[in-house]
Design a protein around this ligand. Structure first.
Ligand code: ADP
Length: 621
């Protein structure tokens, strides 16, 4: 029973268990179902998210790959550019050197290494500079390190093409470099260092030095030529002064017809010779750029009249009519070089007379433009002579050029007149032109710019007029005695005679020392001083006269007028005379009319002049 009960209890327990299991199993199934349902959803969601993630990953990968491709492309591009830059950097024949703020080289191209002596980067400028020097000129001291181009560039300086001489033990004659520099600024705007570009210009420097040497030699040769010409012309003009002066005096004496003819021929030949010497000298000075125009007040009408008067005789001799046609409106006074203006006009009129056998020569002048401070004058010289063929018209303005340049030519002349005139006109800011027809005549026309003087106070004007007024000395009673310092005996005699004709007495001395002695003995209002004399020359003597005057007591101090009288045609002779303390200048050959005009200019200073004007026959009064 007990066994039965136990079995029954076990059976019930087993049934309960089974039920429980069954029950449990049902719940489990439900649970499993639920779980699997949920899981299914979760898995589906998971699947979806995994797929999304995969897609994202794939996209990411694609982006990544794209980026990598871009980076690779960029890197390759950069490498290509860097290679290109490097090959440019190394190919340029100019040296390029970059350094940092501490003057340490960071980039040096091949040319930089070759030219600049920088054999490797990472060196400092100081290390490289140790064995080298830099100078601005061969004889200049070496530049201190802080003045080296890289140091300047690092300091922020920019400069271009500075010429420097690099010296060193291995550089025998040194290397001439042309260096440019710039500071190097980094992306933040801060100074990173400096950059220089330099090139070897030694060959060019040598060529330039050679050219400068050749230029100096040419200048020296020109100076010697000019000095030689000047000395030779001095030697020619000194006797010519005697020939011209004496023949002129001779002509003013009572001569028989035949004698007059000979004396005239003598005088005309002398004048011709004088003109040729003057032309050659002027041309030489013009070619050397030594001829400088002077500026003084003058009346263009007077200039025209003087030139017309000079050629009236020669024109009349050829039965040519010489007419002056002056415009009413011609302004005066003007500022300019009257002597040079008259030289141009004289050359044109002299040619007109020379190349015309009949008809008329007309000189015209008018004002073609004006401003407050300047006037443009237009001058014209026309003739009815042989004319110039069109083919020859431009070349006659060239030096030594003549329409007929043959040895057997009919007309004389140096062929320099028009070339000199053209240059003088150019210096007057004008232009020269020609209209001509063969066998009908020629018209030469030129313009010249002249200044207008600024009028000062009225009183000064009057004073100037007083001085300029001719003949205001003629009432004075006693003849003034003029001291003449001149070494050439013929010229001494000539000057004495000329002065006598003009109403002056003359004391003669032969050099500067004698002039000083004479002045110590007696007070002369004027000294006519030859510049070139043996022993003490005129410049030295004048300087001594001025020294003595300055040393004399104020109340007795007197200014002796010293007038240079020289055949020395060196350019700047007039300036040299003024610098030596001379008051005026007259050049040899001295024409008696010019001497007269000069003495009249100084009449108020002379103080006493001859009352009686002797006749021009040279007989002593
Ligand atoms: P030169 O008169 O000393 O020969 P120029 O330079 O004054 O030198 O003149 C050069 C040349 O121009 C003359 O030789 C002449 O052939 C020509 N010429 C100049 N002026 C005239 C003129 N008025 N009529 C004809 N020919 C002229």
């Amino acid at each position: 029973m007990l066994l039965g009960q136990r079995r029954a209890a076990e059976t019930r327990a087993a049934r309960r268990e089974t039920l429980a299991i069954v029950l449990d199993g049902g719940v489990g199934v439900v649970a499993v179902c639920l779980v699997s349902l949920l899981m299914g959803r979760a898995i589906r969601r998971l699947d979806a998210s995994v797929a999304g993630q995969r897609a994202a990953e794939a996209a990411l990968q694609e982006v990544n790959q794209g980026l990598e491709r871009q980076v690779a492309e960029r890197t390759a591009e950069l490498r290509r550019q860097s290679d290109l830059m490097n090959s440019i950097f190394d190919t340029v024949t100019d040296g390029v050197i970059v350094c940092d703020r501490d003057l340490k080289y960071t980039h040096v191209n091949r040319a930089g290494k070759e030219i600049g002596g920088v054999d490797r980067e990472q060196l400092t400028v100081a290390q490289v500079a140790g064995g080298l020097t830099l100078r601005t000129a061969r004889d200049a001291p070496p530049l201190p390190l802080e003045q080296w181009p890289l140091a300047r560039a690092v300091r922020g300086e920019s400069f271009d093409n500075q010429r420097l001489l690099l010296g060193g033990a291995n550089l025998k004659d040194g290397l001439w470099l042309e260096v440019s520099g710039r500071p190097v600024i980094d992306e933040d705007g801060a100074r990173y260092g400096g950059l220089i570009v330099h090139r070897d210009v030694s060959a060019r420097q040598r060529a330039e030095e050679e050219m400068a040497r050749a230029h100096r030699m040419a200048l020296e040769a020109a100076r010697l030529r000019s000095e030689f010409l000047s000395n030779v012309s001095h030697e020619i003009l000194t006797p010519l002064n005697g020939i011209l002066g004496m023949s002129r005096l001779l002509l003013d004496t009572g001569l028989r017809a035949a004698q007059r003819e000979y004396a005239e021929a003598l005088h005309t030949s002398g004048e011709l010779l004088r003109d040729i010497v003057a032309d050659v000298l002027d041309f030489s000075h013009l070619s050397d750029g030594q001829l400088v125009l002077e500026e003084a007040e003058f009346d263009p009408r007077d200039s025209m009249e003087r030139v017309a008067a000079r050629f009236a005789g020669p024109a009349q001799k050829k039965r040519l009519k010489l007419t002056l046609d002056l415009d009413e409106t011609l302004p005066a006074p003007l500022l300019g070089d009257a002597r040079r203006l008259e030289q141009i006009l004289s050359n044109l009129v002299s040619n007109a007379v020379k190349f015309s056998e009949r008809g008329e020569i007309v000189m015209r002048a008018r004002q073609s433009a004006e401003s407050a401070s300047a006037a443009v004058l237009q001058f014209e010289v026309s003739d009815t002579g042989i004319g110039i063929a069109a083919v020859d018209q431009s070349r006659i303005f060239q030096p030594f050029s003549q329409v007929d340049g043959s040895a057997g030519r009919k007309y004389g002349g140096s062929g320099l007149g028009l070339a000199i005139s053209t240059e003088l006109v150019r210096q007057m800011d004008g232009q020269i032109s020609l209209e001509s027809e063969l066998n009908r005549g020629s018209t030469f026309c030129f313009t010249a710019h002249m200044g207008k003087p600024v009028r000062q106070a009225q009183r000064l004007d009057n004073a100037a007029e007083d001085i300029a007024a001719p003949g205001n000395h003629e009432d004075k009673a006693a003849a003034a005695t003029i001291l003449v310092a001149e070494d050439n005996p013929v010229n001494q005699k000539l000057t004495q005679m000329q002065l006598r004709i003009l109403g002056f007495a003359a004391d003669l001395v032969s050099d500067g020392r004698e002039a000083l002695d004479a002045l110590a003995r007696r007070c002369y209002p004027i000294v006519l001083m030859d510049c070139q004399m043996p022993g003490m020359d005129g410049y030295e003597a004048t300087a001594e006269i001025r020294r003595r005057e300055a040393a004399s007591p104020q109340h007795t101090r007197q200014h002796t007028i010293v007038i240079a009288m020289t055949a020395h045609a060196l350019s700047g002779a007039r300036e040299k005379c003024h610098a030596a303390g001379m008051d005026d200048y007259i050049s040899k050959p001295v024409d008696i009319d010019d001497l007269d005009a000069l003495l009249k200019r100084w009449a108020p200073e002379i103080g006493a002049v001859a009352g009686e004007q002797p006749s021009r026959d040279g007989s002593p009064s």
